[in-house]
Design a protein. Structure first.
Length: 259
């Protein structure tokens, strides 16, 4: 990106802070420039033309001015304000977590088109309120891990080579990212503590999340127990692979059992 130029870019605001008398500093995940900080002068003035575009979760086409790597918002055309995400505390907590996590795997100057589009789909489904939040979170975590290059071996046992869908008792090594027959892990003298037994339903859900195309990603139903197991696995699988601590996860968990 050349310095001292104006350019248009699609982006979603993931954080807003007061800045100066009437302005805001926005953290924005963009299509082509990764995560950037944008100075939105007068964004707290009711007369500001881009008022709605400077709020958290707002997705807009922005006209930015880049001066030596400092970005100023000149104009914005709102595509979606995702307002419904603010109407329920659990939904809001998950959406905040999703934004912070995607930002953690995106860096400035990087082409973020795939991740931005994944985040938009996540927020869109979340705002529709058609799936339990815990299921959305599990889908988000595992698919994000796959998008970041952490697809575990889901087809065959790495020890005996048998197709995993024909094996009844399976275990998942979360640190290595492999699912194997439970019998093989014992035979191979693997440390049983690092292998977590997983149910068939959970295995099928993981495969679905890893490979489903388009809107089918969100089109699966599962029972409560499987969902709990799935959620535990996806969070434990994703988090150690991120280089940053995700602060908003604590807030999300603090709501559990309360909403
Ligand atoms: Zn095996």
């Amino acid at each position: 990106m050349k310095n001292n130029t104006q350019f248009h870019v699609n982006g979603i605001v993931i954080k807003e802070q007061s800045h100066g008398e009437q302005g805001k500093l926005l953290t924005v995940i963009t299509e082509y420039n990764g995560v950037i900080t944008v100075n939105a002068k007068n964004a707290r003035k009711i007369s500001a033309g881009y008022l709605k575009s400077t709020q958290v979760f707002a997705y807009s086409n922005m006209l930015l001015y880049n001066k030596n790597g400092f970005y100023t918002l000149l104009e914005a055309e709102l595509n979606n304000d995702f307002y419904s995400l603010r109407e329920d505390i659990e939904t809001f907590a998950f959406a905040t977590y999703a934004c912070e996590t995607v930002a953690a795997v995106t860096t400035e100057g990087e082409d973020g088109k795939t991740l931005l589009s994944f985040l938009l789909n996540t927020l869109f489904i979340c705002g529709k309120n058609v799936l339990p939040v815990s299921q959305q979170k599990a889908i988000f975590e595992f698919r994000l891990a796959v998008l970041c290059g952490f697809l575990p071996e889901l087809e065959y046992c790495q020890f005996c080579g048998e197709p995993l869908d024909s094996i009844k008792n399976k275990s998942f090594d979360l640190s290595e990212g492999a699912i194997c027959c439970t019998a093989c892990t014992a035979e191979e003298g693997e440390n049983p503590l690092s292998w977590k037994p997983i149910s068939d339903g959970c295995y099928k859900a993981l495969r679905h999340i890893a490979f489903a195309q388009g809107a089918k990603l969100y089109a699966f139903r599962t029972d409560e127990n499987t969902l709990r197991e799935l959620g535990e696995i996806t969070e434990k699988y994703l988090l150690p692979r991120l280089e940053k601590k995700i602060k908003s996860l604590e807030f999300f968990h603090s709501l559990e059992g309360k909403v």
